[in-house]
Design a protein around this ligand. Structure first.
Ligand code: LMR
Length: 353
């Protein structure tokens, strides 16, 4: 289902739907009522998990959310019902973090970039340009002590981190070729809310705009933005290639997620249900890891086949020029991101980040 089909399903304007949902959540929170878990006194009511995300059901994240739903429902004998709200249907980027903390939804899977606002600057480490040489390097880092300590940093905000999901390497799109660093001059580029990404764009000489993913298509169409960075699967499923003329396969940064839940909700689940859900999530995570790369390869092929954009792949020399121009990003990050994270990643990857 595309963004446009989803919004066509409702008679209400999305902004009204979203603000009504936020108000209801606040009201219920104030009165100390759990929105989603009816509790043991209503014997037959299923436990409802509302899972909100900002991409389409056709992405790796969208498909893995659906796999989690199927596994969770069948393995608990329908004691749990998982309702998935994709493509910012309920909440945009920042809103879904607030909704999770308030208990208006119980599960989300935001990008690590967006999690800095909850768990601190160490989440932005993953935005550093040219950090990982491949997916395996990313997985080694998040499956080790760095990943665990990151998830722990979310707990004071009432959030429990359960898994890391993949997307993949980001590319740039614009209405001009972005080949040399100089090509970024006077370009207004959308990034996610992360100081590392802001410094990245500044170092490339671009001007920068932070906005929710769901607004990017319209902003590009109206020329309020010149370009953006994202994975091919997000570009294709959000139809951004239809409003851009050029795409550079730069693979300059990595996009990944954490699957996180409202901690009070999760901790109150019956023990057996929680264990079953954790097992279902482990399996959905393996599935997500299996399909993420192929979703991006397929999306890039579909973008190419659409004939709407010229695709250019950076040469090794050009990558080196970009890398040199992006040195200040590391300097700025060292002032904010913990030295433990830098040194753990250094020892895991065998080369200094
Ligand atoms: C973005 O905002 O561009 C991405 O974080 C969206 C996503 O969840 O993949």
């Amino acid at each position: 289902m595309t963004r446009h089909q989803i919004s066509a399903k409702s008679n209400q304007h999305p902004a009204i739907r979203r603000s009504t949902a936020v108000c209801s959540a606040l009201a219920l929170w104030v009165f100390g009522i759990s929105l989603s878990w009816a509790g043991p006194s209503i014997a037959d009511a299923p436990i409802v998990i509302q899972f909100s995300h900002v991409v389409t059901p056709e992405t790796a994240k969208g498909k893995a959310a659906m796999r989690f739903k199927e596994l969770a429902e069948s393995r608990t004998g329908n004691r749990v019902r998982v309702e998935i709200y994709p493509n910012s249907q309920l909440y945009k980027d920042r809103e879904e973090l607030d909704a999770l903390r308030l208990g208006a939804v119980q599960m989300i899977a935001p990008s690590l970039s967006k999690l800095a606002s909850l768990g601190g600057a160490d989440f932005e480490f993953f935005d550093l340009p040219f950090l990982f040489k491949d997916r395996a390097a990313f997985r080694t880092v998040v499956n080790g002590p760095v990943g665990l300590s990151l998830l722990k940093k979310l707990e004071p905000s009432g959030v429990r981190g359960l898994a890391f999901w993949d997307n993949g390497f980001k590319v740039f799109t614009a209405n001009r070729p972005l080949q040399t660093v100089g090509d970024f001059k006077n370009q207004r580029i959308r990034v996610q809310a992360s100081r590392v990404l802001l410094t990245q764009m500044k170092s490339l000489g671009a001007s920068v705009s932070v906005s929710p993913l769901t607004n990017v298509y319209e902003s590009l169409k109206r020329s309020q933005l010149d370009g953006q960075e994202n994975s091919p699967s997000n570009i294709y499923t959000q139809r951004l290639h239809e409003v851009q003329s050029n795409l550079t396969v730069s693979n300059h940064g990595y996009l990944a997620y954490a699957v996180i839940v409202n901690k009070p909700f999760w901790d109150k689940l019956p023990h057996d249900v929680r264990l079953t859900l954790e097992g279902a999530l482990r399996e959905a995570t393996l599935y997500e890891h299996d399909i993420a790369e192929q979703e991006n390869n397929r999306a890039l092929a579909q973008i190419r086949a659409s004939g709407k954009v010229k695709i250019y792949t950076l040469s090794a020399d050009e990558r080196n020029q970009w890398r040199a121009a992006l040195t200040p990003v590391y300097q700025e990050a060292r002032g904010r991101i913990s030295s433990e994270t830098f040194s753990s990643v250094n020892s895991l990857m065998g080369t200094p980040p």
